[in-house]
Structures are given as C-alpha cells and as structure tokens.
Design a protein around this ligand. Sequence first.
Ligand code: ATP
Ligand code: ZN
Length: 296
Amino acid sequence: MNPRERLRIAVQKSGRLSEPAFDLLDRCGLRFRRSRDGLFCFGEGEPIDLLLVRDDDIPGLIAQGVCELGIVGRNVLDEFSRGTDAGPELQAMRGLGFGHCRLAIAVPQERAYDGPASLAGLRLATSYPNLLRDWLRRHAVQADVVTLAGSVEIAPRLGTADAICDLVQSGATLLANQLREVDRVLDSEAVLVRAAQLPADGRADVVELLLRRIEGVTRVRGSRLLLLQAARDCVEAVIAALPGSPRPTVLQMDGQPGQVMLQALCPDELGWRQLEEIQRAGARELFVLPVERALA
Ligand code: ATP
Ligand code: ZN
C-alpha cells in the first residue's frame, strides 16, 4: 500500500484519554511501534498510524486533513466546532465509553442559585467560552465570559470571576475550592471523530474495518456470557431472573427432552448474589465467561 494511504488517528499524547484510547486500539488488535521523537506510533499489522498530540489540537488536525480520525472528548470537539467554520468538516462517529465528565456551572458555596438567571451580570471563568456563550444565549442570560487556559476553579477565590464553568467528574476539585455545582452545560465522553470527507483511496476501507472492530469491542465491554442448564418448565422463571433483560438462546439437549441449555449475553459482571438468584429460579451448572470481542 502506498504510504500516503495509511490511515492516521490523532490520540492524546499524555493525559486522561491516552491510556483508555491505547487500550481500546489494543483490543482492536492494533500493535504499534513508537517513533523516537514520540510524535508517531507506526502500526505493525494494519495500515494505521497514530499521531500523539495535545487533545485540544485534535479537531483542528482532522479539519486540516493531517489525520482522518481522532479520539477526543466531546467537550473539546463541540468547543472547536462552535468556534470555527470548520465544524462541518468533522463528524462524531460514536461515544467510546470512557472519559466521562460534565461541563458544569459552579458557584461559591455561599452564593444563592435559582437557575441560569442567577448568573446575570456575573463574571464566569471558563476554558470553554464557545460552549458557555451558547448555553447562556439559550437561557437568555447576559453574563461576562472570562476565558482562562487552566486553573479555572481558583478564579473565584482570586477574585477574577464570580462563578465558573468547568469539567467535573467526581466533584472533588470543586469541593476543595469551596464551589458547588449548580447546572450542567454538556455531558461528555471520549468520541471517535472522523473527517466528514475521507480521501478516495484505501483509507475509507480501513476506517470501516476499524469501526467494526471498535463496535465489536465497545458493544460487549464489561459483558459476560452466561451458560446454564435448566428444566424446560423453569425456563421462564430463569429468564425473568437474568439481569438487564437479555434475549437468551435456548438450546435442546440431546437425549434429555425435559432439559435445556441456555446462553445469554449479560450487560454486567454477574455477581454471586445474582447467580444464586438465577439458581433459585431453577438453573444449574452455571458458567460465567468473559467476552472480549464480537462480530455480528
Ligand atoms: P493536554 O495536555 O492534552 O491538553 P488536558 O490537560 O487538556 O491535556 P486532560 O486533563 O488529560 O487534558 O483531559 C482530557 C479530557 O479528559 C478532557 O477534555 C475531558 O474530555 C476528559 N475528562 C474526563 N474527566 C475529566 C475531569 N475530571 N477533568 C478534566 N477532563 C476530564
Ligand atoms: Zn487539553
């Protein structure tokens, strides 16, 4: 394959999204060799290379055609899209199930909050001015947006803002800064982003291949395959005891007309209590198997 036909994916070099992104690509069967300068990872099997960059640069690199795909927080993608004409050149393909956080409004603990109107006339510090302005506009609130590159949470204590709009995951940082979360601007997770226009060469096929593998990994992440046997008359009760209402496959057992074997893909771990409940409903010979990948 012509070297230009290799697919390039932009991934955060070091930060919250790096490890889960590498883990996802690893589960997709991709192996890489890092370049000396740490900017690239060259794919060893499939024609896929990685570009390791700051997360904020990822949407721009895709819009400029430097990369065809990227893994980035929806917060960064949406902030970029709202601040530029290049928005339509990007397309979020799917959530990846990690990097969950929210872009939230927080005020000093002692400040009253009665909905967005309480922010009128205040100075709001944020690293997401486009998303915040958009949210304020939708709520018809006039406030001052103070754009900061980082350390947004200390702005109220420094007196440079009255409230903030920042990413929150557990809320511990807010608490440590005597702030309380009062409203939500955006729910975010890591997403796979692609260039709306892919080059008309082999790269479009590689995108398809990768997407199928990502589907196969994320769809079954955390799932377990449950195998069990049961008397035919207990099957309904056993199915009712399965968590997450999966649609199990019921198989006839050779030479045992009154018995069936049942297999079900369950959406979570299946702890001992759940298993014991399924057993009480009439199941025996229960096996719980991890599921690594799926191909429809
Ligand atoms: P870079 O050096 O690449 O610019 P960064 O400091 O901007 O790194 P990180 O703190 O690693 O980025 O966050 C990357 C992404 O992780 C965020 O854009 C967001 O999508 C997600 N994220 C998940 N939880 C949090 C959180 N509690 N705080 C900040 N980001 C979070
Ligand atoms: Zn960043």
